[in-house]
Design a protein around this ligand. Structure first.
Ligand code: HEC
Length: 145
């Protein structure tokens, strides 16, 4: 798949800071993540509570940055890291969602291949509150508003 263009003009559904997936003390610096969905899919989800085929969600990642005048406390979105993408595709054989990462070693990738099911899909299927998706963390999808 080619890297999606113009996703910042899609519908912004939520952001979070420092969600990590492994137990114990986080060793890496925190990251900010912003989540966007294709506008057609947002409208369909709002109306029906279901994600239509071809729904695409982009998770944009930034490093956490601090201490830029006049900010004495708190943090903001610093260096851009890259995007990860989820695509609902009913033609996929044994999984309905495909997952991609469009960066590697700090560099953007113009194209990426879908990950094997165990790498991404299974955690999403187990813990995402709606249809493989972490709606529980995204206010605009959570509220369907
Ligand atoms: C151990 C659990 C886990 C695994 C494995 C995982 N994710 Fe996620 N993913 C999450 C959580 C939790 C979120 C919620 C937002 C966040 O992390 O900031 C998320 C959110 C996302 C989103 C935003 C849309 C959505 O579905 O909610 C994308 C895109 C995404 N992940 C891509 C990937 C890719 C690509 C992989 C495999 C390389 C992957 N994920 C593996 C837990 C996981």
């Amino acid at each position: 798949m080619k890297i999606p263009q113009g996703y910042r003009d899609w519908v912004f559904v939520g952001s979070n800071l420092g969600i990590g997936y492994s137990e114990g003390k986080p060793t890496d610096a925190k990251q900010f993540k912003n989540i966007y969905i294709t506008p057609e899919a947002f409208r369909a989800y709002k109306a029906t509570g279901k994600f239509p085929d071809k729904t695409m969600l982009v998770m944009e990642i930034y490093e956490e940055a601090t201490k830029a005048e006049p900010a004495k406390t708190g943090s903001f979105e610093g260096k851009y890291v890259g995007i990860e993408v989820a695509v609902k595709d009913r033609r996929a054989v044994d999984e309905v969602w495909a997952y991609y990462t469009f960066f590697s070693n700090g560099k953007p990738l113009a194209q990426a291949k879908a990950f094997p099911k165990a790498a991404c899909h299974d955690c999403h299927a187990k813990h995402g509150s709606v249809d493989n998706t972490f709606v529980q963390f995204y206010p605009r999808l959570r509220d369907r508003d």
